[in-house]
Design a protein around this ligand. Structure first.
Ligand code: NI
Length: 388
């Protein structure tokens, strides 16, 4: 039987699992129920696994014949938001919701495990299944790699993100940058507090920090080539206690996004230079604390060609679509730093079924027909890569 046919056969299994995961969403690092359900399903299939990074699971399927090693990754965590969809499998965990589709990723990877088990005797090489926790906080991939050296044996890694901007029945597997690096920082602006009526006796942290926010906006427009792209957002500004006290301190928090490592590396120095000098011109001090969260997700040229072939086998030539890269971040990038591979965007959009809300929205949902496609694609890529 073809992989496509097997995926069709397991369609209900995958949908049922997805709905179950959807009903019991769990926050990053707390995917306890999800993790034990994954292990239960792997036990039924007699697929060996080890726990990694707390709730993470790394399963191994060895083919009958020796060969290369390919890793398939699905993430598991949900978000802190209250679902407003009216569906029979609505979230039962108050204030939590699978609003990014990771419930689908986990279910599809279990469906793929079932198919890989069926075709184990024809497999040439080894397939790792990476059930990754804590993607939403960009911590899970890194921790799995730190705790085990399994990625050292991997020749290619393949991930799927179900994607609401892409119509169901279409898949994007283009080469090159697909998602941006995502880092975050905080700036402490120190002045001198005092009476609101006597500013000359103080160093006003609100004024200094406001100037810093404005000056930081010149980084993207004046210091990055207009042919490249980058984002610098200040998302929070906290200062002061009441109307007639001049604040002595302000805290700014923000995030940066870009696609080129060389731009990513120089951003902290630029931010620090501007913050310190701007603050100084108001007699205030600025100090920067910068956190590297995740590199850019860059699909490999060769692997992208293999993946396009895999998509064609499942959906025909029309199934391969093009999609503009996004400034969202994905910690799948850490796996791509260890082995060449592809993050595929599998379309879930279907207006008629109400699957048209963006990721992280409280009405986010998917056309579940996409699950069969994603399940087949995981396996097809693994087989196509191992045979390449
Ligand atoms: Ni996501």
């Amino acid at each position: 039987m073809t992989i496509k046919k097997l995926a069709e056969q397991y369609k209900d299994y995958v949908i049922d699992l997805r709905r179950e995961f959807h009903m019991y969403p769990e926050s990053s690092w707390e995917e306890f129920r999800t993790s034990s359900r994954i292990k239960e399903e792997l036990d039924k299939l007699e697929i060996p696994y080890i726990p990694l990074a707390g709730t993470g699971v790394l399963a191994t399927i060895k083919g009958k014949n020796p060969g290369k090693t390919v890793a398939l990754r699905g993430d598991m965590d949900a978000l802190e938001t209250t679902e407003t969809n009216d569906i029979p499998y609505k979230s039962k965990h108050e204030g939590k919701m699978h609003a990014c589709g990771h419930d689908g990723h986990t279910a599809m990877l279990l469906g793929a495990a079932k198919i890989l088990k069926d075709i184990q005797n024809e497999l040439k090489g080894t397939v790792y299944l990476i059930f990754q926790p804590a993607e939403e906080v960009a911590g899970g991939a890194k921790k799995m790699i730190e705790e085990s050296d399994f990625m050292d044996n991997v020749d290619s890694v393949f991930g799927i993100h179900l994607w609401s901007d892409v119509e169901v029945g279409k898949v994007s597997v283009e080469a090159g940058p697909r998602m941006a690096s995502a880092d975050f920082f905080s700036l402490k602006i120190k002045g001198k507090a005092g009476h609101g009526s006597m500013p000359h006796q103080t160093v006003d942290a609100v004024v200094a920090a406001s100037a810093v926010v404005m000056d930081l906006q010149s980084i993207v427009s004046r210091e990055i080539s207009p042919l490249d792209s980058a984002v610098l957002t200040i998302g929070s500004f906290h200062s002061g206690t009441r109307f007639n006290i001049i604040a002595g301190e302000a805290t700014l928090e923000g995030t940066t996004r870009c696609f080129k490592p060389e731009i990513r590396e120089k951003l902290p120095d630029i931010i620090e230079r501007i913050a310190k000098n701007t603050a100084a011109s108001y007699r205030a001090d600025a100090s920067l604390s910068y956190t590297w969260a995740t590199p850019a997700t860059i699909n490999d040229e060769e692997c992208s060609k293999i993946a396009a072939g895999s998509v064609e086998k499942i959906l025909g030539k029309d199934g391969v679509t093009k999609m503009e890269k996004t400034t969202g971040g994905e910690d799948f990038a850490y796996f791509l730093e260890k082995a060449p591979g592809v993050l595929a965007f599998v379309g879930i959009r279907n207006e008629e079924k109400g699957a048209c809300y963006p990721h992280h929205h409280d009405k986010f949902n998917m056309d579940e027909d996409a699950l069969e496609i994603g399940t087949a694609l995981y396996v097809q890529y693994a087989v196509d890569f191992l045979n390449s």
